[in-house]
Structure formats: C-alpha cells, structure tokens
Design a protein around this ligand. Structure first.
Ligand SMILES: [Zn+2]
Length: 479
C-alpha cells in the first residue's frame, strides 16, 4: 500500500514497525464548540484510512485524543484557552463544557458509522505523563522559563522545519507572516512554544500545582505524551488536519524526539481543508455548518459522508448544497440498485462466466485505487462502472452473478462504511407498507396498542414484514 508521507514529501510504500499491527494516532477535537463539517470531514477521511489499513490485513491500534484543556485560541503562543473562553461565555464549568461538546462529537461519530478508536484519552487525565516529558526535556536543557510559562527552545532541535520541508529560518519567517496573535515577550525564537503555561490567580479549574509552577499544559505536549503513552515512543502513523502541520505537529516532533532521542513517527498523513461555496468557513460569512444543520435541512448523514469520500483527502473539497443534493441522489441510486440486485432469483439461469470475471477485475481495481494513497474518486468511479455494467446485464442476470455483485459491493462498503446492507433493505419496503409502519408508530405514541398490534400482524401476514421496536426506533425486516 502506497501513501503520501508528509514527512518524506512524497508517496511511499507503507510498512509497519511490527508485522501485522499499525499504531495510529489522530489529533482529536478540542471540545469547546460543536464540530463543524470541516472537522467532520477530517474524521471521515481518517476513518477511511484506518479501514483501508484494516482491509489490508492490519490490526489497527487507533488512539484519538480529546483536548479538554490547553488549546489556545491562536494555536501558537498567546491567546486564551479555548475551553476557558467558552466556559466563561456560557457560565459553565470547564468540565461541563468539555463533556457537552465531547458527547455531541461522539454522537456525530456514531451517526457517521465511524469505527470507534481503541481509546480516546482526555488531556486533563494525562498531566502526570506530560510533566514526565517536560522533566526529560528540562534535564536535557531544552527548556527556559519566562513570565507566561515554560518554553521549548526550538533552535536547539535540529531540523525543526523538517515536516514542512523548510529550514529553521524559513519556518520562522513563514509563521511570522501568518501570525494572527501577538507574541509572548521574552521568547528566544518566534517558533518557541509553551510546554507548561502559568495560570492567573482567578483560574481555578483545570489548574495543577507543579514544581514548574501553578498552571496547565501546552496543547502540543498533550499529544506527544498521550500518543507515546499508548503507542510507544516510536510508532507508525500520525494523522490530522493540514492546519496542524506548521505548528502543532512540527512541535510534537521536536519535543518528542528531543526527549527520547528516537524517531517519533514513521508516517504522517494530513487531510485537506473544506471550503464552503468556494470560501473558507468563517463565522463572519455565516457559512459554518455542523452535521446537525444538514440533517435539519433534510439531508441524510450518509449523503454528506458520500460527498466527502468522493473527494481525495489531499484535495480541498468544496461543499455546496447542490453537491450534497447530488451526492444524496447518487447514494439513493446505489441503495436502490442493491435492493434490486437482491431480488434477483434466476437460479435456473446459467451464470455468465465472462461477467463474473469482469466484476472480479473491477473489484480488484477498486481496492488498487485505495491502496494508491487512498484514491477514493478513482475507487468510486470503479464502483459506478460495476453498477452500470450490472444494470445493463440485469434482465438476464443469474443468481450467481447477483451474488458476485453484492459480494463486491459489501466488500467496498467495509471500507466506505455507507451502510449498504441496511439502507438497501429499507428500499425494499413498498410505500404502502411504509405508510402502515408510520401509522402504527402514531398509534403507539397515542398508546393505542391494540390497534397498533393489529397493523403489526397485518404487516407480517400480508407484506412479510417483521417489525421490532428498538431504543433507536423501529427496525424493519423482510421475512
Ligand atoms: Zn494533536
């Protein structure tokens, strides 16, 4: 499998340190606000990368942190802690804010059918590990203290700009040009960053008394400490949004490798930004959407996911509602097609060997595209090729061919995660039966259970539909 390794600035053959297992760390959400669809896109693409690795036979140990303290508004050096700002604004405790937005984020992950990471460690629960790392850096002379906190001297780390492909001087210049916040006074270099930040007297929550002073950790040290705790000091793959590249990830490498004297991570993958109507998302433009906004406008979560997957993770995706509508139509077409193929009986027909061979070839090409730096646009075009060829052959299709197509599509879905199996079944239910299911729901809500049960029986006897009431709503099966 080939992937574009940001660290090498080129595509490379992926190879894990330990045979058959991949240690993968992804920077998780800073839980001070709802995840917007740009964040969501990043997590969908990350899930896909993980699933492709799994399809290649790897066991993936995936760790994704939750940043619940220490991430500053300006990302670099000054500014306030994002969560503290929200807590003050909403008159809530930091814990309440973090919990509320973490729960919302987890709900989105579930709705999107993303595979849960093995662990989702919280930064606030790993302060001893961070202090251990700070102590190691201190012992090796990498740190200095100024009024605002304890800082890492980036000039002492060789090759500081390596991930960006820039020299130390170039990266300093680049960051200064893009700096939106004022710099802390007393910094030795513009790129220096706080590993420990001193708190003010009125900051009471998420503040720790330590030998380095009373305060809280810097955002970058959090990811180094948590990733190394769970995956070891040298691990396979680190992912995150492209915005983390110049500062956050560059600093993670600097402090981790300075502390351990070892290479931190072999492969780095970065997911590109999302644009909305060709523009950057911003509050002032009023174009910041969250997944729930799309649901409230009547779109399915899977159609957003399909839209994301139709764009390559290293290309900027342009979100428009027209594109979302098109994605929804395309996906509905796929579900309907699968539903139709499921109805093929034709067992008396002789299987068309040439067609089965051709389907097998397209199936391999789908996965070859994904194995080439997760080329989803090409992989999806292969899937559509299979569907259009199968559609042409539909009238004469034998059961063996139908099974071969379904097998391929469900295999594709093991990496796409678009719910092919369940969603295509839903389409098998006729409108008439759907109306009865809804009527029964209404009756149940009104506690008219006897009438509701009559409809249930009718659905079973006349429509061969079995209904099950679950905590998430009604589940419908064909008998
Ligand atoms: Zn991180």
């Amino acid at each position: 499998m080939q992937i574009y390794n940001t660290l090498a600035h080129k595509k490379q053959q992926f190879k894990s340190i330990k045979k058959g297992t991949v240690g993968m760390y992804s920077c998780g959400l800073t839980v001070y606000n709802y995840a917007h669809i740009g964040n969501t896109l990043c997590y969908v693409q990350t899930d896909l990368i993980k699933r492709v690795l799994m399809h290649n036979g790897y066991r993936v140990r995936h760790i994704m942190n939750i940043t619940d303290v220490g991430h500053l508004v300006g990302d670099a050096n000054l500014g306030e802690d994002k969560i503290r700002v929200t807590a003050e604004h909403e008159h809530k405790s930091l814990h309440e804010i973090a919990k509320f937005y973490t729960d919302d984020f987890l709900r989105d992950m579930k709705r999107l059918n993303l595979l849960m990471p093995e662990l989702m460690p919280k930064a606030s629960k790993h302060v001893p590990e961070m202090l251990g790392l700070i102590q190691r850096l201190d012992g090796k002379g990498y740190l200095y203290t100024i009024k605002t906190g304890v800082y890492f001297d980036t000039s002492k780390f060789q090759d500081y700009g390596r991930l960006m492909g820039l020299s130390f001087a170039e990266l300093n210049k680049y960051l200064i040009a893009g700096m939106r916040v004022e710099r802390a006074s007393g910094l030795k270099n513009n790129t220096d960053f706080a590993v420990w930040r001193f708190s003010t007297k009125d900051q009471k929550e998420m503040v720790w008394e330590t030998k380095y002073g009373r305060g809280f950790p810097g955002w970058h040290i959090e990811c180094s400490a948590m990733s190394m705790k769970y995956l070891g000091e040298h691990f396979d793959l680190h992912t995150g949004g492209i915005d983390h590249l110049p500062i956050h990830h560059t600093n993670e490498i600097a402090q981790s490798e300075s502390a351990t004297g070892k290479k931190f991570v072999n492969f780095w993958m970065h997911v590109q930004h999302l644009m909305v109507d060709g523009k950057k998302m911003s509050k002032s433009l009023g174009n910041v959407y969250r997944l729930q906004d799309l649901v409230e406008k009547g779109y399915s979560v899977n159609s957003f996911k399909y839209l994301v997957l139709s764009s390559h993770y290293r290309n900027q995706m342009n979100f428009t509602f027209e594109a979302l509508k098109n994605a929804e139509n395309t996906l509905d077409g796929i579900y309907a097609f699968i539903g139709k193929v499921r109805e093929v009986t034709g067992s008396e027909r002789k299987p068309n060997g040439a067609f089965i061979k051709r389907a097998g070839k397209i199936r391999s090409e789908f996965f070859e595209a994904l194995d080439n730096d997760i080329n989803t646009p090409l992989a999806l075009s292969k899937m559509h090729l299979l569907i259009s060829e199968a559609n042409r052959a539909y009238d004469k299709m034998s059961k063996a061919e139908a099974d071969c197509i379904l097998d391929a599509l469900f295999d594709f879905d093991s990496v796409l995660g678009l719910d092919f199996e369940k969603q295509s079944k839903r389409k098998e239910v006729s409108q008439e039966a759907m109306a009865l299911i809804e009527k029964r729901e209404r009756l149940r809500k009104e506690k008219r259970y006897e009438e509701a049960d009559k409809i249930r029986k009718m659905l079973k006897d006349e429509y061969r539909i079995e209904i099950e009431d679950t905590s998430r709503g009604v589940s419908v099966h064909r008998t």
